[in-house]
Design a protein around this ligand. Structure first.
Ligand SMILES: [Zn+2]
Length: 81
């Protein structure tokens, strides 16, 4: 398991590029923002461990929206000190 990164948000994003001629239609990377929150999985994962990741305010909103529609397992979110 990757330890929480307290200096950089750990969210990964995927961007779909519409109307690209010959270029990649999909790019992905990692968020560059400074994290403000840390999210923990509420349930133990398949590896027998509780996953956690740091998040900036923007990515927290995205994560909560995905949890709300059932795309992501429920998480507990705490503010970083
Ligand atoms: Zn972020």
């Amino acid at each position: 398991m990757i330890p929480p990164d307290l200096k950089r948000c750990q969210a990964e994003w995927t961007k779909y590029n519409a109307f690209v001629m010959g270029g990649p239609t999909k790019t992905s990377g990692r968020c560059d923002s400074r994290p403000v929150f840390i999210a923990f999985e509420k349930d133990i994962g398949e590896d027998g461990k509780i996953g956690s990741m740091t998040l900036c305010a923007h990515c927290r909103e995205i994560l909560e929206a995905q949890v709300a529609i059932g795309k992501v397992a429920p998480v507990l979110i705490k503010k970083l000190k």
